[in-house]
Design a protein around this ligand. Structure first.
Ligand SMILES: *Cc1c(COP(=O)(O)O)cnc(C)c1O
Length: 343
């Protein structure tokens, strides 16, 4: 058991903050007249959403085998990244650590919050070098370490996450945006052991509901209370909460969609083998490929000309483009174009 005190990591102003409590959301009524929030009595979506997202948390609690008091819901996991930084990182003073390359939003929100962004460069297989990690965390105080597994944009998973929890006394965020594609174990099971662990998941990728903007943080009760205190009370709207509940009722959709995407991924992978402009396809646990092209500028421009939108990673990752798995029609369009470039 890890003996980290969360309170010692929290900004002082946040520790003193009183949460905004929506009275109606924290009490039970039979048939109330809602005259407390200046809403209109008319309209289809006239009431404010449940600020505690109770139904959603109860459903997720069953699905993930985590107590509702250990779940926070955000307007996408992006909002949760922002809130975590605001809770733990003093502007102009504290630093965060992230993998390089990794998801840009950690650095983006840290910069807005005026925190220093330290990066740990991944090796040629996009793995973390543990000795580098130990050296970096010894050299300077770091408040939050963002681990992304599977990592965006490289696609590989982080090995031995527990090592980082055991050798770091700040907050460890494990971003599992792509975990459903990976077949790997979630870090959720480590929550009972590490009070400084935050696991992020999202409805934006495998669940196919990016438009609703709903993400989850799973953590110790202490951390979840802090997130609930600093979040905007009505951060997840009524329509999104309802849509997610409906989707959770049809849970088979998730497995079906993941299977379909993984089958398409394999289909693409087979065809990539015969394409001459491809130098290397990196191993991936996610729903996307990081691909090194022989003439990246030309390939990217030709795809764009055909309105095939991909994510150019060159020059940060030399020669590389990130391409996600689409439906068969899109994947065929991609393969046909890449074949033509080779000729
Ligand atoms: C897509 C993605 C997310 C999801 O963000 P949302 O705000 O939940 O849509 C989070 N982390 C990573 C690494 C991602 O690639």
């Amino acid at each position: 058991m890890n003996t980290i005190s969360i309170n010692n990591l929290v900004r002082e102003n946040i520790l003193k903050l009183q949460p905004y409590i929506s009275f109606r959301d924290h009490n039970q009524f039979n048939d109330p007249a809602f005259l407390d929030a200046n809403e209109s009595p008319f309209g289809e979506c006239n009431r404010y959403p449940d600020s505690t997202q109770r139904k959603l948390k109860n459903r997720l609690s069953v699905l993930k085998n985590v107590s509702p008091s250990q779940i926070a819901i955000g307007n996408g996991s992006d909002e949760l990244i922002d809130l975590i930084l605001k809770i733990f990182c003093e502007p102009k003073k504290d630093s965060i650590l992230m993998m390089n390359p990794s998801f840009a939003m950690y650095g983006f929100y840290a910069t807005i919050n005026e925190n220093r962004v330290l990066q740990i460069n991944l090796d040629e297989n996009f793995d973390i070098v543990k000795d580098d990690f130990l050296r970096i965390v010894k050299e300077q105080p770091i408040k939050v370490f963002f681990l992304c597994s599977p990592n965006n944009p490289t696609g590989n998973s982080v090995d031995d996450i527990e090592f980082y929890l055991q050798n770091f006394d700040g907050i460890v965020v494990v971003d599992e945006a792509y975990i459903e594609f990976s077949g790997k174990k979630s870090s959720l099971e480590l929550l009972t052991k590490y009070p400084n662990l935050i696991v992020l998941q999202t409805f934006s990728k495998a669940w196919g509901i990016a438009g609703a903007r709903v993400g989850m943080a799973y953590a110790s009760e202490e951390i979840i209370k802090l997130i609930n205190t600093v979040k905007a009370p009505y951060n997840v709207n009524v329509l999104s909460q309802e849509l997610i509940l409906k989707t959770l009722d049809e849970e088979t959709n998730l497995q079906e969609n993941v299977s379909k995407i993984l089958a398409e991924k394999e289909w693409l992978q087979e065809r990539f083998k015969d394409i001459k402009c491809i130098d290397k396809v990196f191993p991936t646990d996610a729903n996307f490929f990081l691909i090194k092209m022989k003439n990246v500028g030309k390939v990217y421009d030709m795809m764009l000309e055909q309105e095939i939108l991909t994510s150019r990673r060159d020059p940060a990752i030399p020669g590389c483009i990130r391409i996600n798995v689409g439906n068969r029609q899109d994947n065929e369009k991609l393969i046909n174009l890449l074949k033509n470039i080779s000729e």
